[in-house]
Design a protein around this ligand. Structure first.
Ligand code: MN
Length: 494
């Protein structure tokens, strides 16, 4: 998950009009800004300074180079001086990496008593960046515009958020999702067009019969099982009596087999389905939980869209405080004074969102007709969080985000699964109404590390529709937004 291999390229536009001396100063100032971004703790990747661009050929070259570089996650562009934007058309038309337009200025303040025409000629981004903005808009180029001085904390934060989305978009280009079994029968929202997904979101979805997984599980040695069971004892609250249960050893066997299968195939996300477990003794619960904690994306019941989304969210959240998990709106508390959602799944909630040490237990499942599965049980710390859902609307993918507050949950001594209690923004009634109008799924990616802005940036980069349900959500306005988006995406496809 360490991202220091990933690069963002800092490019600066100018032109020859101003003479050598000014261009040298442009180069020096840009280098200073690029190095400051590179050093910033907010930006989790390398920011690489590139030579100042003064010709159309140089601009096109760097765009093509960025496309071809496997480590380049995107470009940060700034016009220190005026850079006539016809020079940018050819390059930007060919650019297939995310673009951030950084509208900054080297000097924070105008030096009132010193300012002269040399200063004016050097510090032209106030109008130079508008020329660049025009051509981006004219090309209908998706990009993020960040405005402010390069040492401004808020500016660095916004670039950092975008950097994380760019990391996820780069990761998606090589992402492979493994499906063990098909979608749960007759479920609509977990379906979708995998060719469209690959065209739009770049990741590949590979299907396997669950027998392939059962085969990998059968090859796991007792020695591997013993080592994993010992690890469980070290990491979780698990009395020796529990650790010696056959169900725990079977869960360890499934984990080792599943991990080996995923590693061998280079998969970073996967799905299971409790309707198709032939050859597996129990539904993979503990294995899924532990793989998610290691950065794998997961979707239950064959939900490959959520598996891929969760992987992208894990990449965006790497190194941030707070966990990220597969989630489902499970059941409601509809007390008018205190409405809340209880989120959970049958088993598969990621322990990265656990408050304290999870407890390892074995309980019957009630559905699926298999042996009692092992699972980690825990609660989640209170505070801000989001849920995000990826659905396919036929002609496009839509990302729906709801911001929320995780709240304290009363004891539930008879509920043997990990769970989270939350109050959605702006309130449960409005949030659920909007979510349902938007066609949001019951499966989501839940995160206490990410904000809606991460997902919005990721949506922009991947050409995905984005709708937000937050504290300002107004249902009538939201319904109009959905209708307008329908027209926009219809027209935008040409
Ligand atoms: Mn489910």
């Amino acid at each position: 998950m360490k991202s220091k291999k990933v690069e963002l390229w800092f490019i600066t536009g100018s032109q020859h009009l101003y003479g050598e001396e000014t261009l040298k100063q442009v180069e020096s100032d840009s280098g200073t800004i690029a190095r400051a971004l590179d050093r910033s703790d907010d930006i989790p990747v390398n920011v690489v300074f590139k030579p100042v661009l003064t010709t159309a050929d140089a601009i096109t070259s760097i765009c093509l180079e960025a496309n071809n570089s496997p480590d380049c996650a995107g470009l940060i562009a700034w016009m220190h001086t005026f850079s006539p934007a016809k020079m940018w058309i050819s390059g930007l038309k060919r650019l297939h990496k995310p673009l951030l337009h950084f509208h900054t200025q080297f000097n924070r303040d105008i030096p009132w008593s010193e300012i002269d025409m040399d200063f004016m000629n050097l510090n032209q981004s106030a109008h130079g960046d508008r020329e660049f903005g025009y051509i981006c808009s004219r090309l209908r180029l998706e990009r993020k515009v960040v405005v402010g001085h390069w040492q401004d904390k808020e500016v660095l934060r916004a670039i950092g958020v975008w950097s994380r989305a760019a990391m996820a978009a780069l990761d998606a280009r090589s992402l492979k999702v493994a499906r063990f079994g098909d979608n749960m029968r007759d479920v609509a929202v977990t379906e979708g067009n995998k060719v469209s997904a690959q065209l739009q979101l770049e990741y590949q979805v590979h299907g396997f019969g669950v027998g392939d997984l059962a085969d990998a599980v059968s090859k796991v040695s007792d020695k591997q099982v013993n080592a994993l069971v010992k690890e469980y004892g070290d990491e979780y609250n698990a009395p020796a009596k529990v650790l010696s249960e056959p169900a725990i050893r079977e869960a360890a066997r499934i984990e080792a087999g599943m991990r080996a299968f995923l590693e061998k195939g280079g998969f970073k996300a996967f799905t299971t389905t409790f309707e198709d477990l032939h050859g597996l003794v129990q539904l993979p619960g503990l294995a899924v939980q532990r793989l998610m904690a290691d950065g794998y994306g997961f979707g239950a019941e064959g939900d490959w869209k959520t598996a891929a989304l969760l992987r992208s969210m894990k990449v965006m959240a790497a190194g941030l405080k707070g966990g990220t998990s597969f989630m489902e709106d499970y059941t409601y508390h509809l007390d008018p004074k205190n409405m809340a959602v209880l989120g959970a799944h049958m088993l598969e909630v990621c322990p990265s969102i656990a408050r304290g040490k999870p407890t390892l237990e074995v309980h019957p499942l009630g559905i699926g007709g298999k042996a009692d599965p092992a699972r980690l049980i825990f609660r989640t710390g209170t505070g801000n969080a989001i849920v995000a859902s990826m659905v396919q609307m036929g002609d496009r993918f839509r990302l729906i985000v709801n911001s929320m507050k995780v709240v304290e949950c009363p004891p539930m001594p008879k509920l043997p699964v990990a769970s989270v209690l939350w109050k959605p923004d702006p309130d449960l009634k409005t949030a659920a109404t909007a979510w349902i109008y938007a066609g949001g799924a019951h499966h989501t990616g839940f995160s206490q590390a990410l904000t809606a802005e991460h997902i919005a940036d990721f949506a922009s980069m991947t050409g995905t529709e984005f709708v937000l349900i937050d504290g300002r959500c107004d249902i009538e306005q939201f319904k109009k937004e959905l209708r307008w988006n329908d027209i926009y995406y219809h027209l935008n496809m040409g």
